[in-house]
Each structure stands twice: as structure tokens, then as C-alpha cells.
Design a protein around this ligand. Structure first.
Ligand code: SAH
Ligand code: F3S
Length: 483
């Protein structure tokens, strides 16, 4: 899957619309770019601002406050946001009272520079400072610029229940960790989102239970690195001397959390993202195998198939260790779908390294993939130590080669499902036909089938008769026929 496709899936640039609260008179237009965490954070922000008298709007022209939740992961993501700011500027000329705030990773990366560089910005708020929004808005209303980019070691927003009525009412994200401690050399996230911290399992459970009560059928537990989730009764990882001390404390790790969530809501589908190969344990795989409602799908970014490049990237695994993990997954969960993130053209990448990436892909035959050209990010270790020395043409060619190979593998995986009967959760009407539903299997493959009398949110057994390269086509059948 190309970057653009991923962006389309995340509905980038579509403003969040929530149910209006009576008595609220001000209008908030909030847009999100980047990862799912940003979309989830925007719901937290909307929830905080609902208490400040704001209802959401999807019409930029009528907004009193425009917020853009931004992404810094690649230069292109930042350019997209800068273009949006130009658009806001044009609207601000006709509505001078409109205030503009930048949230998220770009806010954190550029800090007050934003106020100097982008004259239209009134407020800059980093990912850990959203609870300060009411104060910051007061500053802005008093005619002063407002900035809060302080990163926290504790903030998880566990006590804020995000308002979610903008989604499909069927699938929701629940964040379980924030930040990242991994320091992959290419990655800006540890700088923009700060240290890793885990959220109290009880607050996760109550959010999940609440979503179930509201009729949600599927949740995705979110974090930059979910497998390193660890909660020890309020303590932080740094408060413990070593791993065995942590073990002795009454800790909840990711496998325990999966068990808890899966058992609390046995009729809900559970997904999680993202897994880091270095932290994924066998316990997690056994937990997945134990609970039917945990979807057999793992997003397992690898970034490169070359051990030498992985080392340069400061990834904590070799090619061989990654392959051994793939073998383990297939042993414990034979039907598990697996997807990757891959970077091409990392500094010093040779043709041989690139071929290693292609051969690793051949080994795994990923179901899906998200592939990117290396984009140097200021302040990262790679930017400081390594020259961005792979010519754009070479990066592009290598990207095309891995995207083409991934498409072949995705098509191969999709085809394997033809003839099978699979459970599909209906999410929406098919884009191509109002006579068909579109949903996903547990493997995250899209399935399309005639509507009949089913509705959004139904879990339906679908007999797959045919497929395109990425979509299963079939017909719903009764459970009795399926068994
Ligand atoms: N652990 C995170 C990773 C976030 S970044 C998660 O939750 O998915 C998502 C992907 O963007 C990474 O896996 C990597 O493949 C890609 N990426 C990160 N920094 C990049 C850079 N500087 N250039 C190109 N791609 C990058
Ligand atoms: Fe980035 Fe590596 Fe963390 S890709 S988000 S530093 S796991």
C-alpha cells in the first residue's frame, strides 16, 4: 500500500464532527493528519473543548477556532499541513476573529518557531499539553500568543473519555501507551511525543466497557509500541532497578492486558497496533491464540531486511531474529495475517541491502505493507550522524520495486481466502455500490457482499467466491449454513 492510500484510509483532512451539546455556542473546526494516535488525540481535545463551550463544525468558514493536529514523520506530512495553514489564512481574511492553533508533533518539533514562521498561528500545543487548552485559549482571547509544548512523563489522558460520535459507531481506537523510548535513528516520534508511558489498565477497561455499551463492536488498542505496555500500580519503569524488580511488583504487561480486555468483552473484536519486533513476546501470541475475539493480525514493522541497515537504524533486532519471530507467530497462530512498514533509501543502503529487503519480503509474504522513502528529520540521530546519500531516483526505484512486490504478495494472500467462509464485521456501505456492504475479516482484509437485510455493525459469515487484488467478494450466509 502506498503512503497516499494510507492517508486516504485515515480520512486525513476531514474535520471531526461530534454531536452538538446544548448550550455550547462556539464552533470548533478540528482536522487531523498522520497516525491513528493523532485521530484519537483529536477526540480527546474535542472532549476537553466541549466543556469550554465548543461544538464541532465541518465548515471552516463558520469556525471560531480552527485546530490542526499535525504529523512530522516525513517532510511531506509537514508540507501538507503548511498548505492547510495557507488555506486557513485565506479564510481568516474574511473572518478575522477566527483563531488558529497547531497541535501534535509539528507543534512539538517547531515550538514557538511556528508563531514566527507562520504568522496566522495563534496557539501552539504539544501532544502532552491538551489539558492546558482552556488556559491557552484565555491567553489567545486576551490577544496574546499561547504556547505549551511541555512533554510529560505521566500524562496518559486516562481520565478523559473521548467523545466519539464522529466515527462509524462500530470501530474505535483506545490508546494504551503514549510516547516511545526506542530511538530508532530515523524517527522523530521520541522527540515529539516524549517518553513512553502506559495507561492504567482499569481506565482502559472502563473505556472499552463503555464503548461496548454504546454498541461498538471492535476496538484497536493503540500505542507506538504496544508490546512494551507495562503498568505497575502507578510506578514508572524508571522507578525500578531491573526487570526482576518489575516482575515482583504487581505488574500488568501487554499479554495480561490483552487477556483482561478480551475476557471483559468476549463479543467484541480486539485489535492492536503497533507491535515492535524486539518487544513482542510469546505470551502475547499465546494470548492471541487463547481468545477467539482477538483478531489474528499483527502489524509488525521491520523497516529493512538488512541486518547492517537495521543496526544503523538502531532497531533492536537482526534480520534472522525477525524471521525467527515470524516463524514463531506462524507456529502459534498458523493463520495470522502480518503486515509491515518499510523504509527505502536509508543512508548507506546498498543494492545488496535492498535485495535483502526484497528477500525478507519473499520469506514473509506480508498481507499488507506501508512503504516509505527515507525522509531525513532534523534532530534525529540519522540526520546528525549520517548523510542522506541515496539519490532520490534510486530511492524511488527501490520503493517501486518493494511496492510492486508487496502488491503481488497482497494479491497472493487475498486469493488464499477464496472458497473460505469468514466472519466479516460490516463497517459501511461499499464505496462502489450502494447495494453492497463493506467490512473486514479478522485478518483485516476488506470484504464486500450484497446487503440483503444486514446492517452496519453486524458480524456476518461471508462465503468468499472471488477477489480483486485487495478485496474479497462473496455472499452472506446463515450461521447454520456456515457450520
Ligand atoms: N511505532 C510507530 C511507528 C510510527 S512511524 C507506530 O505506531 O507505527 C510509522 C512508520 O513511518 C514507521 O514504521 C516507519 O516505517 C516510517 N517512518 C518513520 N520515520 C521515517 C522517516 N524519517 N522517513 C521515512 N519513513 C519513516
Ligand atoms: Fe519511531 Fe521506532 Fe518508536 S519507528 S515511534 S522510534 S519504535
Amino acid at each position: 500500500m502506498t503512503e497516499e492510500k494510507k492517508i486516504d484510509e485515515n480520512k486525513q483532512g476531514e474535520a471531526l464532527l461530534l454531536e452538538s451539546q446544548q448550550g455550547n455556542t462556539r464552533k470548533l473546526y478540528i482536522e487531523s493528519y498522520g497516525c491513528q494516535m493523532n485521530f484519537s488525540d483529536s477526540e480527546i481535545v474535542a472532549s476537553i473543548l466541549a466543556k469550554q463551550g465548543y461544538n464541532t463544525t465541518q465548515h471552516l468558514e463558520e469556525a471560531d477556532l480552527v485546530l490542526v493536529n499535525t504529523c512530522s514523520i516525513r517532510d511531506k506530512a509537514e508540507q501538507t499541513v503548511r498548505k492547510r495553514l495557507e488555506k486557513y489564512n485565506a479564510v481568516k481574511r474574511t473572518n478575522p476573529n477566527m483563531k488558529v492553533g497547531v497541535l501534535g508533533c509539528m507543534a512539538e518539533r517547531l515550538k514557538s518557531k511556528f508563531l514566527e514562521e507562520e504568522k496566522i498561528v495563534d496557539m501552539v500545543v504539544g501532544p502532552d499539553a491538551y489539558k492546558d487548552l482552556p488556559n491557552l485559549l484565555e491567553e489567545v482571547e486576551a490577544g496574546r500568543d499561547a504556547v505549551n509544548v511541555i512533554l510529560s512523563k505521566e500524562e496518559t489522558y486516562g481520565d478523559i473519555s473521548p467523545v466519539r460520535l464522529g466515527g462509524n459507531g462500530v470501530t474505535a481506537f483506545v490508546s494504551i501507551t503514549r510516547g516511545c523510548d526506542n530511538m530508532c535513528t530515523f524517527c522523530v516520534v521520541p522527540f515529539t511525543r516524549g517518553r513512553e508511558r502506559s495507561r492504567d489498565p482499569q481506565s482502559i477497561l472502563s473505556e472499552v466497557n463503555d464503548l461496548a455499551k454504546k454498541g461498538y463492536k471492535e476496538i484497536t488498542l493503540l500505542g507506538q509500541n504496544v508490546d512494551s505496555y507495562l503498568w505497575y500500580g502507578g510506578g514508572l519503569k524508571k522507578d525500578f532497578k531491573n526487570a526482576s524488580e518489575i516482575q515482583r511488583a504487581t505488574a500488568t504487561n501487554f499479554a495480561n492486558l490483552l487477556d483482561m480486555v478480551a475476557m471483559a468483552q468476549p463479543h467484541m473484536r480486539i485489535r492492536f497496533s503497533t507491535s515492535n519486533p524486539q518487544d513482542m513476546t510469546e505470551d502475547v501470541l499465546h494470548s492471541m491464540a487463547r481468545h477467539k475475539n482477538i483478531c489474528n493480525y499483527i502489524h509488525l514493522p521491520v523497516q529493512s531486511g538488512s541486518t547492517r541497515i537495521l543496526k544503523e537504524m538502531n532497531r533492536q533486532h537482526t534480520r534472522e531474529e525477525y524471521m525467527a519471530l515470524i516463524d514463531k507467530i506462524r507456529e502459534i497462530i498458523p493463520d495470522c495475517a502480518i503486515s509491515q512498514d518499510m523504509i527505502t533509501g536509508f543512508p548507506t543502503e546498498t543494492e545488496e541491502d535492498h535485495r535483502d529487503t526484497l528477500s525478507l519480503m519473499e520469506y514473509v509474504k506480508y498481507d499488507f505493507g506501508f512503504m516509505f522513502m527515507y525522509s531525513e528529520r532534523p534532530g534525529t540521530m540519522a540526520a546528525r550522524k549520517l548523510e542522506d546519500d541515496i539519490p532520490l531516483e534510486v530511492k524511488k526505484r527501490r520503493l517501486t520495486e518493494i511496492v510492486d512486490l508487496q502488491q503481488q504478495h497482497s494479491a497472493y494472500r487475498t486469493k488464499q481466502f477464496v472458497g473460505q467462509t469468514l466472519e466479516v464485521l460490516i463497517e459501511k456501505e461499499s464505496k462502489k455500490s450502494d447495494q453492497h456492504w463493506s467490512g473486514r475479516t479478522q485478518y483485516n482484509t476488506v470484504a464486500v457482499f450484497p446487503k440483503e437485510n444486514y446492517k452496519v455493525g453486524d458480524l456476518v459469515m461471508v462465503k468468499v467466491d472471488d477477489c480483486t487484488s485487495a478485496t474479497l467478494l462473496g455472499n452472506a450466509i446463515n450461521y447454520s449454513e456456515a457450520i
